[in-house]
Design a protein around this ligand. Structure first.
Ligand code: GLN
Length: 485
């Protein structure tokens, strides 16, 4: 039995029936990882040895425990910008290369209470800034479907690991598309919950009003299972929402009869690859055949989302990243003559080019004299984008769009052109600007490369997007397709 090919739900079932032991799951994953990982490079820190040791401990517990928690013995990889106690958390940055957090992020605490098994910390664009994982200070992760291409970003390591069968699930973070875009490029399911649904405590901050932790899985049901565990109000994160958490797995298998799906014309414009457009429209028709109603809608302000995002996100980043002063933790330059030089040399040597670009852009937009023209204006646009979504949701239950304008690009193709790189998030950023939930599911292949379909939901209505996504993936199921590596 190739256990590494099983979904989370399948593993839960096998564990409950005592047909497999946690250590057997990890053994399968470990051998898959040792043969495939050198080609993909999804992990900054590979913890499969430790995972096996822990798995063996869980074998004994499995016999004794009367009630086993949901994610007991389930292997999950964690993006390396989520704090893990006593495990290095680098954000793929030189500045945090040797940083070992003394605490766990709230999501990690919740997974630990469930006795999940961490398999490693995954590679990302430095501080989650990027769309290809090429901004990692350490190495570039490869797309498992074509090793010459990027896995997307910033959560490229998590997406590649799930896609290549190194692990059935992973956590990522999504500020402007960093879960959904790499999920689309790697052919897996990527869920960004509503802002506030999942605690951000312990997620290293990039742009705090946009950042949200979410999941990578092979099936929609698995996303629902993990979302059940990581959601909820957290006293340690004042922006986490005090909203009831429904059982998201109840939305699985419900079908789409009577569900209204909005198709926004602004998302099907120039720049979108014609083949992808066709595949996404066919996906919508398939849902119509299943009983959903398709409605054309207009969201006029969403076309300004990229511009406004690239003012707001860098502004928040410039403030958040001011903490890396090399005093209490993080990289410190070896030679300096005074405090000022220590700060500036440490930051100059510790941060990569994209991070510096964002800090400069953000500092500029926030400076007096430019604040009103840039930051304030961008915030006003953000409100209009939010209103576009709220208006659309008066008419429809979910919104359907492509996840990305094209498939995974070649490594190196866009590194020298930041604007082109930024445009790969054109369909995902508005979702973060509005704070609503979004999911990307595979809807087919173009020239052998996966294509993603995005479903966007009302605030705190992850249930309905999971329901529609589940129906779609049951008709078009790619969850058992693994790249030939
Ligand atoms: N690619 C976008 C950026 O570079 C989004 C990143 C993210 O979602 N973390 O900012």
């Amino acid at each position: 039995m190739d256990l590494y090919k099983k979904s989370v739900a399948e593993l839960i079932d096998l564990l409950r029936k005592k047909e497999v032991k946690p250590s057997e799951i990890i053994e399968s994953i470990k051998s898959r990882t040792s043969s495939i990982e050198p080609k993909i490079e999804s992990y900054v820190t590979d913890l499969t040895d430790e995972a096996l040791e822990y798995g063996r401990k869980l074998d004994d517990e499995l016999i004794k425990l009367k009630e086993i928690p949901v994610l007991f013995g389930i292997p999950i990889a964690i993006k390396d910008n989520i704090s893990t106690k006593n495990i290095r958390t680098t954000c793929s940055s030189k500045i945090l290369e040797n940083y070992i957090p003394p605490f766990d992020a709230t999501v990690i605490e919740k997974l630990k209470e469930n006795r999940y098994i961490i398999t490693g910390k995954t590679n990302l664009d430095e501080f989650a800034m990027g769309s290809s994982t090429e901004n990692s200070a350490f190495f570039v992760t490869k797309n498992p479907w074509d090793l010459e291409r990027v896995p997307g970003g910033s959560s490229g390591g998590s997406a590649a690991a799930v896609s290549a069968g190194l692990v059935p699930a992973a956590l990522g973070s999504d500020t402007g598309g960093s879960i959904r875009q790499p999920a689309a490029f790697c052919g897996v399911v990527g869920l960004k919950p509503t802002y506030g649904r999942v605690s951000r405590y312990g997620l290293v901050a990039f742009a705090s009003s946009l950042d949200q932790i979410g999941t990578f899985t092979r099936t929609v049901e698995d996303a629902a299972i993990i979302l059940n565990v990581i959601s909820g109000k957290d006293e340690k994160d004042s922006t986490s929402a005090n909203k009831e958490v429904p059982d998201f797995t109840k939305y699985i298998g419900k079908g789409v009869k009577g569900i209204k799906i909005g198709i926004p014309e602004e998302f099907f414009v120039e720049g979108l690859d014609p083949k992808i457009k066709e595949m996404v429209m066919n996906s919508a028709k398939l849902l119509e055949k299943e009983g959903a109603e398709l409605v054309s809608i207009s969201m006029p302000t969403t076309k300004y989302a990229i511009e406004a995002y690239y003012i707001i996100a860098p502004s928040e980043a410039s403030s958040n990243l001011a903490r890396y002063d090399s005093v209490r933790y993080g990289y410190r330059t070896s030679e300096y003559s005074d405090l000022e030089e220590m700060y500036s040399k440490s930051r100059d040597e510790g941060f990569g080019a994209e991070v510096k670009r964002r800090i400069m852009l953000g500092t500029y937009s926030l400076s007096s004299g430019y604040y009103d023209a840039y930051y304030l204006k961008a915030q006003k646009v953000r409100t209009l984008i939010y209103k576009d979504f709220i208006n659309a949701f008066k008419e429809v239950d979910v919104i359907l769009t492509p996840t990305t304008p094209d498939v995974a690009f070649k490594i190196g193709e866009k590194v020298d052109d930041p604007i082109q790189m930024y445009l790969s998030d054109i369909f995902t950023v508005s979702v973060n600007m509005a704070g609503v939930p979004g999911i990307s599911v595979p809807c087919g292949f173009k020239d052998g490369l996966p294509v993603g379909l995005q479903l966007i939901g009302k605030p705190f209505d992850e249930g309905t997007i999971l329901q529609v996504a589940d129906t779609f993936t049951k008709v078009k199921d790619f969850s058992k397709e693994f790249p030939d590596i």
